[in-house]
Design a protein around this ligand. Structure first.
Ligand code: FCB
Length: 461
């Protein structure tokens, strides 16, 4: 994407009062400006799932951290809903914790479902549209104990849980996400060298788990439409830009292409064609075809791929970040704004509305996040100019939360949280995001205040 295509437009309404004509990046009037969270990362005391058990095992989580009270949302999500409403957002993505709703197989907890009703109502009361994810990495202990997503019976179990949730909460939820980042889950849990539960290592199991997730997704899609024909049902995929390390190397190019297909494409392709490709399996599952109304796109970073005989365990792929690139905290990833444009183009090929369901970075001292938000949104704006059907942007995350195997090390929040005292403080990036949400645009003042180093690029003289 060349910079010329990314520069701003003159304000179509003319001069802003008392100012020179304002050059501004305008977003659509009905754009969703949101934030995103997931149940286990924010609720606290989710004692009945596989992640809680994993956190109790020594050495599993960085620094021995635990989710503990997390952001205390089970007791008081409403206080943070007030904060996001003050910021001016009009959308929030959150997830339902299966282990709370169905603590024993077939036994549903009315109080837990009531609490979720309260939370969803609280969002509506504040003018915030909820998007609800049904599976975001965690599993009830009883499910994990009988083999979790390895067993085909998970499809029936998931469907039963989805029915209970949609019957009780469906009137409050216009947008459903069945499963968050299925390929990330399958790879981290089944090829992740013990980083995520159940800590297994088998490419065969990755395929098996992905297949069961495909079927569970399709079953949930059909069921939700049967129960709530008016709702929209989608899947959230993590889009990682994977490029050859040496563009002159045919092997690097080939391998980057293979990994791209494996990680970014085959799962979603199967939901269009019903056809499974290795390593997800072979053959057809015709019931998968056409089972998403929208695509959720999570974008964080890009990686380069080098063919390396020394990396047999990683399918001979050595993945690394671009040398000299700007990195976020903890070497989580390269800050690479053009990647969100590339990911949006890839997603647009599926010809469905796109929601950017996650985008963010770990940045405890907030010295990168304001620039990150501006430079990524500039790319989103450019994609909108090319008529890509982008419905909204949900920043990950509203507040610092429990970041899986990295514990409390990585701080993704627009709001800073001290998990010990539960004190909160709005970061400057949160102020900036609030200004963008309230005005529906990015203007020169915002850029000069929060990331003046971008002025020349975004507003060339
Ligand atoms: C995504 C996950 C989310 C969070 C962010 C940083 O892959 O969906 O829960 O961990 O990464």
């Amino acid at each position: 994407m060349g910079d010329a295509a990314l520069t701003s437009q003159r304000d179509p309404t003319g001069e802003a009062p008392g100012h020179a004509p304002a050059a501004t990046f305008y977003f659509p009037k009905d754009f969703r400006w949101g934030t995103a969270t997931s149940s286990h990362q924010v609720e606290g005391n989710n004692t009945n799932n596989d992640w809680w058990a994993w956190e109790q095992e020594p050495g599993r989580i960085l620094n021995g951290d635990k989710s503990g009270l997390a952001c205390n949302w089970w007791e008081n999500a409403e206080a943070d809903f007030d904060r996001t409403a003050d910021m001016g957002t009009n959308a929030h993505r959150l997830s339902i914790e299966w282990s709370r709703v169905e603590p024993q197989p077939g036994l549903f907890d009315d109080d837990a479902l009531d609490r979720y009703r309260q939370m969803l109502q609280a969002l509506h009361d504040r003018g915030i549209e909820p998007m609800v994810t049904l599976h975001h990495f965690t599993n009830p202990l009883w499910l994990a104990e009988k083999g979790g997503w390895e067993e085909p019976s998970v499809v029936t179990d998931f469907r039963r849980y989805v029915r209970a949730v949609v019957e009780r909460l469906g009137d409050l939820v216009p947008l459903w996400v069945t499963i968050n980042e299925p390929m990330v889950y399958a790879v981290q849990a089944y090829l992740g060298m013990g980083s995520w539960p159940p800590g297994k290592n088998s490419l065969g199991l990755v395929g098996q788990v992905a297949r069961n997730m495909l079927q569970a997704h399709a079953a949930a899609y059909h069921l939700i439409h049967e129960l709530r024909p008016d709702s929209q049902v989608g899947i959230v995929r993590h889009w990682r830009i994977l490029e050859p390390s040496r563009s002159s190397s045919p092997l690097d190019r080939w391998l980057a292409g293979r990994l791209h297909c494996f990680f970014n494409r085959y799962f979603t392709d199967a939901l269009v064609t019903g056809r499974l490709r290795w390593p997800l399996g072979g053959g057809r599952m015709s019931e998968l075809a056409g089972t998403f109304d929208f695509l959720g796109l999570n974008y964080y970073t890009r990686e380069l791929v080098a063919f390396d005989l020394g990396h047999a365990g990683g399918l001979f792929a050595r993945r690394h970040f671009a040398p000299g690139a700007e990195m976020s905290d903890d070497d989580y990833g390269e800050v690479y704004p053009p990647g969100i444009y590339q990911a949006l183009k890839l997603a647009a090929a599926y010809r469905r509305p796109i929601y950017i369901t996650e985008n963010g970075l770990p940045d405890a001292d907030d010295d990168q996040r304001p620039r990150f938000i501006l430079s990524h949104l500039r790319q989103v704006w450019a994609a909108l100019q090319g008529n890509l059907p982008i419905m909204g942007y949900y920043h990950w995350s509203l507040i610092d939360n429990f970041e899986w195997d990295r514990g409390w090390q990585q701080r993704f929040g627009l709001i800073e949280l001290d998990p010990a005292t539960q004190e909160r403080r709005l970061r400057p990036s949160g102020e900036l995001y609030g200004r963008i949400c309230r005005s529906g645009c990015i203007d020169r003042d915002m850029v000069s205040q929060y990331a003046p180093e971008l002025l020349d690029q975004m507003f060339p003289a």
